[in-house]
Design a protein around this ligand. Structure first.
Ligand code: ZN
Length: 160
């Protein structure tokens, strides 16, 4: 896991993070939350999602879930390879230099995807709202780490 300057990532990744920020403008929210997600598959195909925040959390949808649900709906043969995420939140404590990462529900959803499709990893590129820095991580690194054993799922997929 690393955080690097936006300028140091590839042009393709920069374009996709910029597109992800544009996708976040499609968010449906009573506040000014904006979260966009683009999932790129191994063949370069992409699936987009934006957050939908309703008055009850149970009716809300994360950008990542909307993007992955589109992937499931189209039932493509190629697997997701990179998940791009950019977001900002209408909260007093939120600053535009913060980096939005997937919530616990989305982490579990992506973990199920790995198990279902027997994938070894899923890369995340999460940009801050200003698109000045990018968190690059594998799904396993976004989960809480439990002692020396590392990620519990690692044994099943031959990871670390
Ligand atoms: Zn989520």
């Amino acid at each position: 896991m690393q955080i690097i300057s936006y300028k140091k990532i590839s042009i393709q990744d920069r374009q996709l993070l910029l597109a992800t920020k544009k996708v976040s403008e499609r968010s449906v929210t009573l506040k000014k939350h904006k979260v966009g997600c683009i999932i790129m598959c191994t063949d370069g195909s992409t699936y987009q999602g934006a957050t939908t925040t309703r008055t009850r959390a149970i009716g809300s949808t994360c950008a990542e879930r909307m993007a992955l649900d589109q992937w499931y709906f189209k039932h493509p043969k190629k697997d997701p390879a990179i998940c791009y995420l950019v977001g900002t939140f209408d909260r007093e404590s939120w600053q535009d230099n913060f980096i939005c990462t997937p919530c616990g529900v989305c982490l579990e959803m992506f973990l199920e995807l790995l198990i279902q499709r027997k994938l070894k990893k899923l890369k995340f590129m999460c940009g801050n709202w200003k698109l000045s820095k990018v968190l690059i991580a594998d799904l396993s690194e976004l989960f809480p780490q439990f002692g020396k054993g590392g990620w519990p799922y690692a044994k099943n997929i031959g990871g670390r």
